[in-house]
Design a protein around this ligand. Structure first.
Ligand SMILES: Nc1ncnc2c1ncn2[C@@H]1O[C@H](COP(=O)(O)OP(=O)(O)OP(=O)(O)O)[C@@H](O)[C@H]1O
Ligand SMILES: [Mg+2]
Length: 393
């Protein structure tokens, strides 16, 4: 199974890009499933068709689609765990409604949407699965949860263990009710599913994230953060799409100005996402929706390329530890001969490179691990920039 995930800031075109890709895949004879974890109707609005349910429905030959309902997914496994945790909190005097809120960690809802992937993979029913996913790196951290918990002592240290630990902090002397058997069973199953999901997501031959942005600062910055967090979690990103580009050459000054601004942003995006391939998609003359238009959009996006291919492979950002040093390696589009400069501003790294017209700046969001560290050195080796961070004494 090949899994392609489209992500990006709100309104950039994740849903339409996912739909166009899925249609192309189906036409290339891949048995394809298109899924969206967005609120209801997203896919039906884009495809212009009657309501899709939570079960896969055929919409074209080789193409099925379904809307994921995070609540249904969550109820399957997490409700028993959630109720138990909430009861622990409630027993400590926390209002019951609030107890449920506290027991729900950030990104949890999205995690349950992701778990649908694991279920779909188990059925082995599809060659390609395309997921339209709202951007949030928060859910990705749970992929590592089974690792943290380990395989021994899982019964005592899973989510339930973590939360009962919390409850103990609140009131150390109190005795906590032991979790009922069904809670433990659900927890073990959940950990097993997470482990499987982790394997799927981190298999670079199987899974790719594709970033969708528009030619504007905000959505490009958002995609850069998604790029970094995917890299940190070990998930391959194989493409960036800059969608909704205005045509150049307009005689109208208003449009011409916008088009010029967008050209600058596209060039910036290319250097920011280097060495990822970047596809440019025009802003169509009208709202992009309906199978016909989405198919045309897909054709111009991929031309003769197979959308199922892994379009890029390789770790763009790499982090290694050497005692008190953190070594970050970044692939960059310039060489020793160029004049470049590296600076750190808070949680961002700015790389400035001089070209014919002046300096082009590329900012990279830094991982949390660099928080207590200072930038100590930057050097270029081939087309890799090596940046050393040193622990502040
Ligand atoms: N290249 C394009 N040309 C014309 N219209 C477009 C293009 N790309 C997207 N649109 C339109 O922009 C709107 C937003 O697109 P879409 O719903 O795919 O974005 P999204 O990233 O999925 O949004 P959300 O974050 O709300 O899920 C839709 O009305 C869509 O038809
Ligand atoms: Mg959408």
């Amino acid at each position: 199974m090949r899994l392609i995930i489209y992500t990006g800031k709100g309104g950039t075109g994740k849903t339409v890009s996912a739909c166009s890709t899925a249609i192309m895949l189906a036409e290339n004879k891949y048995s394809t499933l298109l899924m969206s974890s967005d609120p209801a109707h997203t896919l039906t609005d884009a495809l212009v068709m009657p309501d899709l349910g939570y079960e896969a429905k055929e919409i074209l030959p080789n193409l099925q689609a379904l809307q994921i309902d995070p609540l249904t997914e969550m109820n399957r496994q997490y409700t028993t765990i959630l109720s138990y945790i909430a009861s622990l909190f409630h027993a400590r005097g926390i209002d019951e409604t609030l107890a449920y809120e506290l027991a729900m960690l950030p990104g949890m809802t999205q995690l349950f949407s992701l778990l649908k992937i694991e279920e779909v993979a188990r059925t082995k029913a599809y060659d390609t699965v395309v997921l339209d996913m709202a951007a949030s790196g928060e859910a990705l951290r749970y992929l590592y949860f089974p690792k943290l918990v380990g395989s021994i002592g899982r019964k005592l240290t899973g989510l339930v263990g973590m939360f009962s630990g919390f409850a103990r902090i609140f009131q150390p002397l109190s005795k906590l009710p032991t979790p009922p058997q069904n809670v433990m069973q659900n927890e073990l199953e959940l950990l097993a599913r997470l482990e499987e999901l982790n394997m799927i997501m981190r298999d670079q031959n199987m899974t790719s994230i594709r970033l969708v942005a528009n030619p504007d600062t905000f959505s490009i910055e958002n995609a850069k953060r998604a790029f970094m967090s995917a890299s940190l979690y070990g998930i391959n990103v194989d493409l960036a799409i800059i969608n909704k580009i205005l045509p150049t050459g307009s005689s109208d000054i208003y449009y011409a100005q916008w088009a010029d601004f967008q050209r600058v942003k596209i060039e910036e995006a290319k250097s920011n996402f280097y060495p990822l391939p970047v596809k440019e998609v025009k802003l169509h003359g009208m709202e992009l929706r309906g199978i016909e238009m989405l198919r045309e959009n897909g054709k111009s996006m991929f031309e003769n390329q197979d959308p199922a291919d892994v379009l890029f492979r390789g770790n763009v950002f790499n982090f290694t530890r050497e005692d008190s040093l953190l070594r970050m390696t970044v692939k960059v589009p310039f060489t020793e001969k160029d004049d470049f400069d590296v600076e750190r501003h808070g949680d961002q790294l700015t790389i400035k490179v001089k070209n014919r017209v002046g300096y082009v700046a590329n900012t990279i969001p830094l991982p949390v691990a660099t928080a207590g560290m200072k930038l100590s050195r930057a050097k270029l080796e081939g087309n890799e920039l090596i940046i050393l961070f040193e622990r502040i004494a």
